[in-house]
Ligand binder design. Structure first.
Ligand SMILES: [Zn+2]
Length: 452
C-alpha cells in the first residue's frame, strides 16, 4: 500500500514536470517563435544572408522594395530611394532601424500557426505608414543640408513622413562609398540627440503654467543683454531688444532673458520633472524600434547654467521623434498617441485613434500651450505662410557648436482631415522660423495629395 502511494506521488510529479515543460515551451514559442523562424540559418528565406521574400510599399501601395532570391529591387526612382532608405533599410543592414530588419517576421509572413510556410514563397506585402510623396518633398526641401523631418498623425499615430539626411542610394551605392562616412546610414529622426534651442521653451512653458499661478502678472524688461547676475559672462542675450514682455509675448518673441527668469522662478527640480513629463528623457517605441533618449542637467547651484538649460541650451539633448510626440501630446489634449510605422487595421484605427502613451500634460495645460502656439503663428511666423492650415508652432535656433545655428520648427496642425504633429531640424540652417518653417509647410501641404 505504502509502495503504491509512493508510485502515485512519483507519477504526479512527472505529470507536473511534463506540464510545466510544455507550458514553458509554449510561452517561449509564442514569445520568440518569430525570432527562431527568421534566424539567419534558415536557408529557405535567405540568399547569401539577405532576406529573399516580401514587399514593402508606402501607405498608398507605391512599391519601395521587393525582396527576391536574386536580390533587392528598389523603386526605379532615385529620389524615392534616397528619401525612403532610412525607413525601408538597405541590403547590408547599415541602417539599423530599417523595415527590412525591424519588420522581418512580417515580411517573411511568419505566423504562430503556420511558421514561415508560404505556398508562393513571395512573402508578404507590408505597407508602411509613410507617404512616399511627402518623403520626396521633405528630401527636396532639405536641399542637400543635414537634417530630419518627421510628421505623424496625432490621432492615429501613423508616421506619414520620416526623412533623414545625409542619405544614400541603396540600389547603386549601398555602401555610400563616396567618403566612407557612417552619417549616411544614421537616422537623425530616430537616433539623433540634438540641442533643442528655443523649441524647449514649450516644456518650460508647461512648467510655468502648472507652477506659477501669478504668470499673468509676469513682466520682464528685455535689454537684449539680460545679465543674470553681476558677472559679464552671465548674459542671456537676444538678437534684438524685446523691451517689456509678458509670458505670452516672451514665448512668441522667444525672449531668452524672460525665459531664463521664468526658469529660475520655477526652479531646477521642477524643470527636471517637466522634461521627464514631456517624455523627452525616455526612448519612444515605434513597433519595437526604440529611439534615442534625451538628457538634461538642471543644476540647483548654478543659476546661469540653469537659465541656459531652461531655454534649450547648456547640456540639453532631445531626440526629434520624442519632440514630435510631445507636439502630439499638446495637440491631443495632453495625451499623446504612440507612433507607428506599419499601416494596418486602418478603418478601426481611424475610428478609435492610436494607442495612448498616457497623460503627459493636464488638459488645461495643453489647451493653454496650444493657444500660445497659435499666438506664435499669428504674431510672429505669419498665418499667410501656412495658408489653408490651422497651424500651431514654435521655432528654435539652437547654438550647437558649429558656425551657423541649427534651425528647428516644431508644432502641429489641427484640421479635421490633417491632424499632423511635426518636427523639422536643419543642421547649421540658421534661423528656425526662416529656414525650418517653410519646410514644414511644404511637407504638410504635400501630404495626401497622392491617390488613396
Ligand atoms: Zn528678449
Amino acid at each position: 500500500m505504502r509502495k503504491q502511494e509512493r508510485r502515485a506521488w512519483i507519477c504526479l510529479l512527472l505529470v507536473v514536470a511534463l506540464l510545466s515543460g510544455i507550458g514553458l515551451f509554449t510561452y517561449r514559442f509564442i514569445k520568440s517563435g518569430g525570432e527562431w523562424a527568421t534566424f539567419y540559418g534558415n536557408s529557405q528565406i535567405y540568399t547569401d544572408g539577405v532576406i529573399n521574400r516580401g514587399t514593402i510599399t508606402d501607405r498608398y501601395g507605391e512599391e519601395l522594395l521587393q525582396c527576391t532570391p536574386d536580390g533587392f529591387n528598389y523603386s526605379s526612382d532615385y529620389e524615392t530611394r534616397v528619401a525612403t532608405v532610412h525607413a525601408v533599410g538597405d541590403p547590408y543592414g547599415n541602417v539599423s532601424d530599417g523595415a527590412i530588419s525591424s519588420f522581418k517576421s512580417q515580411l517573411i509572413g511568419y505566423d504562430i500557426l503556420n511558421g514561415t510556410y508560404d505556398t508562393t514563397a513571395n512573402g508578404k506585402k507590408i505597407a508602411l505608414t509613410i507617404d512616399a510623396n511627402a518623403n520626396r518633398t521633405a528630401y527636396e526641401a532639405l536641399a542637400g543640408r543635414t537634417g530630419a523631418v518627421g510628421v505623424y498623425n496625432w490621432k492615429t499615430g501613423e508616421i506619414v513622413c520620416m526623412v533623414s539626411t545625409p542619405t544614400f542610394d541603396p540600389a547603386y551605392d549601398p555602401e555610400a562609398s563616396a567618403d566612407g562616412d557612417s552619417s549616411y546610414f544614421f537616422n537623425n529622426f530616430i537616433d539623433g540627440l540634438l540641442t533643442p534651442g528655443s523649441t524647449f521653451k514649450l516644456v518650460t512653458s508647461a512648467a510655468v503654467i502648472d507652477n506659477m499661478d501669478d504668470r499673468e502678472a509676469f513682466r520682464f524688461e528685455c535689454d537684449g543683454t539680460n545679465q543674470v547676475n553681476e558677472r559679464e559672462d552671465s548674459s542671456l542675450s537676444d538678437v534684438i531688444v524685446h523691451g517689456e514682455v509678458n509670458f505670452r509675448e516672451a514665448l512668441a518673441k522667444s525672449c531668452n532673458g524672460a525665459f531664463g527668469a521664468l526658469t529660475r522662478e520655477v526652479g531646477a527640480k521642477t524643470m527636471a520633472k517637466y522634461a521627464e513629463k514631456a517624455g523627452l528623457t525616455e526612448p519612444v517605441e515605434i513597433d519595437g524600434i526604440k529611439t534615442a533618449a534625451g538628457s538634461f542637467d538642471f543644476p540647483d547651484d548654478n543659476e546661469v547654467k540653469l537659465s541656459w538649460a531652461g531655454i534649450g541650451q547648456a547640456d540639453d539633448l532631445v531626440n526629434p521623434c520624442a519632440m514630435m510626440v510631445y507636439m502630439g501630446a499638446i495637440a491631443n489634449g495632453g495625451e499623446p498617441v504612440q507612433p507607428t510605422l506599419i499601416r494596418s487595421a486602418t478603418f478601426l484605427k481611424e475610428l478609435t485613434g492610436g494607442k495612448s502613451l498616457g497623460r503627459y500634460l493636464d488638459s488645461d495645460t495643453a489647451a493653454e500651450l496650444k493657444d500660445m502656439m497659435k499666438y506664435n503663428v499669428t504674431e510672429n511666423y505669419g498665418e499667410w505662410n501656412f495658408e489653408g492650415m490651422d497651424m500651431y508652432a514654435k521655432s528654435g535656433t539652437a547654438e550647437a557648436g558649429s558656425d551657423s545655428p541649427d534651425a528647428w520648427f516644431v508644432g502641429f496642425t489641427d484640421d479635421a482631415d490633417a491632424p499632423y504633429a511635426f518636427v523639422v531640424w536643419v543642421k547649421g540652417g540658421g534661423f528656425g522660423s526662416e529656414v525650418a518653417a517653410p519646410i514644414a509647410a511644404r511637407v504638410i501641404r504635400s501630404l495626401g495629395t497622392a491617390e488613396e
